[in-house]
Design a protein around this ligand. Structure first.
Ligand code: ZN
Length: 487
């Protein structure tokens, strides 16, 4: 009997705001000193009152609109009660039955994955454990706005799950609502997975937490499919539980039996008013969210950008996949094209040349050094200048690669590097003819061979010319001159 996996995802993302969700403490994910961004509100002191961060609410609505969700007309916050040392109030402000966004979709690998809901809550503090067995709490993260997105169990394998998470990450970055960096914990994935007989009823689901990279999403799903299939094959029952991903053991390990919603004793947060989305006369200003204004402010999203690049620049699906893969690459490319356009008539060949250098040579340097494109020293202006010089034959492609490496290392502009290193391509006919005549004189036997019909004799002479000019001779002009002078 073979079983089919049924997978759903729960993804949390920290929102990029100046201050925390319900107080004025700073939301600074790069702060390394513990407990500096705290105040009585996020520390849960009695008698304090939360004030909602409107930017965070607008960010979630933005994500909802980008994922074709229905945006709630009214929404509210609820208390989720549980005890844990990283939760100073003894409850988390979250959203239970009236989330901001519901019923969206995201196209992934040619399939529509349905999104159940997206809601807003506050993050917890962070526990730090040392080797001596002591634990510490850092409350800088407590109260940071956190978005939670839940999908329907529409995913059937690890590839789809990873593609979904990657695409969501790209969209969050395009929308500028979250850095969504998994390594920094700004985006966290949880996987719900069960096995069923094909098209049969859903099995018992297991939740996997503590997954902090895309490869761990893939590995954890693969592990769990194997584990559950083996158990079912032996006639064992799957226990509904929460398991954690252990990166060292490359295995999921049982953490606790799954709690259900009633364990949390959700109830409406009494200190916060209901949110009114879409405008209602007389509602307090801080609770009114203008959905249409947010809709009008949505930027071009990755799929739209890909389609436009393909149409506007006659690029292939594969080429645009890389270009639109993150917003920094896309904006770098657009900046390069506008620079090229300002200097000359741009055509397909010129754009193609730019795309090739960006997707291969520049990408290689980025990958080798681990420098993100947003932080590299090569400016769009300088990159466009290099592409222009290559296009006009001012330098050979092998010199182009050297110049790009130097630009990447130093941030210098290409014309300076070319001059410093003497890399300008020699197309001056008189100068080339002089060198060719010297080479012909130095290799009489090869010349005789060439005249006797040996074609590789020409290649040898061309090689000599390249060596003598240090690779700077224009290859086409050189071949023409050689043929002319040998005839
Ligand atoms: Zn605070």
């Amino acid at each position: 009997m073979t079983y089919e996996p049924v997978i759903g995802l729960e993804i949390h993302a920290q929102l990029k705001t100046k201050t925390k969700m319900f107080c004025g403490s700073l939301n600074d994910p790069d702060e390394t000193h513990p407990n500096v961004h705290v105040c009585p509100v996020c520390m849960g002191h009695p008698g304090t009152l939360p004030v909602p961060n409107k930017k965070a609410i607008e960010s979630v609505v933005k994500v909802g609109l980008a994922l074709s969700c229905e945006i709630a007309k009214r929404s509210k916050f609820d208390r989720k009660n549980y005890f844990y040392p990283d939760l100073p109030k003894g409850y988390q402000i979250s959203q239970y039955d009236m989330p901001l966004c519901e019923r969206g979709t995201l196209d992934v690998l040619g399939k529509k994955v349905r999104i159940t809901r997206i809601h807003l809550e506050e993050d917890t503090g962070r526990l730090v454990h040392n080797k001596l067995g002591s634990s510490f709490v850092d409350f800088n993260r407590a109260g940071v706005p956190l978005m939670e997105l839940v999908t329907e169990p529409d995913i059937r394998n690890a590839e789809e799950a990873v593609a979904f998470a990657k695409k969501l990450q790209t969209i969050l970055q395009y929308l500028d609502v979250s850095e969504a960096n998994l390594e920094k914990g700004q985006m966290r994935c949880e996987v719900n997975i069960s096995m069923r007989k094909p098209e049969g009823e859903f099995g018992t689901k297991v939740e996997i937490k503590n997954i902090n990279s895309f490869s761990a999403v893939r590995d954890a799903i693969a592990y769990e499919i194997k584990r559950q299939s083996a158990a079912l094959a032996k006639g064992e029952k799957i226990v509904q539980e929460t398991r954690g991903w252990d990166e060292n053991k490359k295995a999921t390990v049982s953490q606790r039996l799954k709690e259900s919603a009633h364990d949390y004793r959700y109830f409406p947060e009494p200190d916060l008013s209901e949110l009114v989305l879409g405008g209602e006369e007389g509602a307090p200003e801080e609770t009114v969210i203008d959905v249409e204004k947010i809709r009008a402010s949505l930027p071009e999203l990755p799929d739209q950008k890909k389609a436009r690049f393909q149409k506007e620049f006659s690029l292939s699906e594969k080429e645009t996949e890389v270009l639109a893969s993150d917003k920094y690459t896309a904006s770098f490319f657009e900046h390069v094209v506008s620079e090229l356009d300002a200097e000359r008539e741009i055509d397909k060949a010129l754009v193609k040349l730019a795309v090739n250098y960006l997707n291969t040579d520049l990408r290689k340097l980025i990958n080798e050094t681990g420098t993100p494109i947003s932080e590299m020293l090569v400016s769009a202006e300088n990159f466009a200048e290099l592409v222009g010089l290559l296009h006009e034959g001012k330098i050979t492609s092998s010199a182009g690669k050297m110049v790009l490496e130097e630009m990447f290392r130093t941030g210098k502009d290409p014309s300076n590097i070319i001059e410093e290193k003497g890399l300008a391509q020699v197309s001056d006919i008189a100068e080339l003819e002089k060198t060719v005549l010297e080479i012909i004189a130095a290799h009489p036997k090869v010349v005789t061979d060439y005249k006797a019909g040996k074609q590789n004799a020409l290649q040898f002479l061309l090689g000599q010319l390249m060596a003598k000019t240090k690779g700077k001779a224009n290859p086409e002009t050189s071949a023409e001159i050689l043929k002319k002078l040998l005839s």
